[in-house]
Design a protein. Structure first.
Length: 324
């Protein structure tokens, strides 16, 4: 006679709670820490609007990176893609192209960069780390070449208002754009065939291939999605800078990857959520803002950010050991 399955242990229940609610718990404690140290300056409507503004660019990039990492990939060229797209948008506006077409053209250019990445990964059989590491330098060089190594500031349009803070303390429009796109991608990952394929490829690519998943085609599409959202992040970055800068967003890819991993995604693939990635991006903004409120110099903030990235990778390893 078969015995009844034993109840889950306290350790497994704790692991499940931390996996499901860990990012939200981390965000709560980060806010509580800085609120206790600097209540009047940290806990204000205007300051929360500033933190959301600072999260929008990383959050937009993290949405696309979530899809890539869940599928077992990586993209180190996000920062360079953002720089290239900001320059392209500025050049289009200089040529009197309408702001909407310039923004759509920038997002499309991000998708082309993702298409290039996916093609190199699938057709040449190269690892995503090496491909995107090479593209990180190549796209940055292309941005500098297009801009003649100088920032480009076109005439002001409504695009510049996407990241402006409101007088009433409401978040910028770019924040709402990021949230709306996050809902779309979250629903796509949960309820569409493409979303199921993303998780299947990240969990076990060989098994997914045997089940009939078109691996190469889906991988290309995955990197295109990541590139499109890098383009969206670039539009928001252009609005924040009010121009195109080939030197902007250096190291952005590390912040984006860290946000996704802090949010519960696994660097080995097969696990991750858009909501968790946005919470991870917000945690990084809260920490950076809190350090500023405490009067810490930039070099201390960079050390803290580096520590968060290392902690994120360590957390991912601990989660994998727990599952195994």
């Amino acid at each position: 006679m078969a015995s009844a399955p034993s109840a889950p242990s306290a350790q497994s229940r704790l692991r499940h709670v931390l996996s499901a609610f860990g990012p939200a718990i981390g965000l709560f404690f980060a806010c509580a820490l800085f609120a206790g140290l600097r209540w009047q300056t940290f806990m204000s409507v205007d300051n929360f609007a500033i933190m959301l503004q600072q999260t929008a660019v990383i959050g937009a990039g993290a949405i696309g990176m979530t899809v890539v990492i869940v599928a077992g990939g990586i993209d180190l060229a996000v920062g360079s893609t953002v720089a290239l797209v900001t320059v392209a948008i500025a050049l289009l506006l200089k040529e009197q192209v309408s702001p909407l077409l310039a923004a759509l053209g920038g997002v499309g250019l991000g998708g082309v960069c993702g298409l290039l990445t996916g093609t190199l990964v699938t057709r040449l059989g190269l690892t995503p780390f090496i491909v995107t590491l090479g593209l990180m330098g190549a796209l940055r060089g292309a941005a500098k070449g297009l801009a003649s190594e100088q920032p480009i500031y076109p005439d002001e349009t409504w695009l510049n208002g996407l990241m402006k803070l409101r007088d009433n303390g409401a978040p910028p429009i770019g924040v709402w754009i990021t949230l709306a796109l996050a809902v779309v991608v979250a629903l796509m990952l949960r309820y569409t065939r493409f979303g199921r394929h993303v998780f299947a490829i990240g969990s076990n690519e060989q098994t997914a291939r045997l089940c009939g998943v078109p691996i190469e085609r889906q991988k290309i599409l995955i990197y295109v999605v990541g590139g499109l959202f890098a383009g969206v992040a670039a539009v928001l970055q252009f609005a924040y800078l009010t121009g195109g800068d080939p030197t902007t967003s250096v190291g952005l890819e590390l912040n984006v990857i860290a946000a996704v991993v802090i949010g519960g995604a696994s660097l080995s693939g097969g696990q991750g959520t858009v909501l968790g990635s946005l919470i991870g991006a917000l945690i990084m903004s809260v920490v950076a803002n809190g350090c500023t409120k405490l009067g810490m110099p930039n070099w201390v903030q960079e050390i803290v950010t580096g520590g968060i990235i290392v902690a994120a990778v360590l957390l991912d390893q601990l989660r994998r050991r727990g599952r195994s």
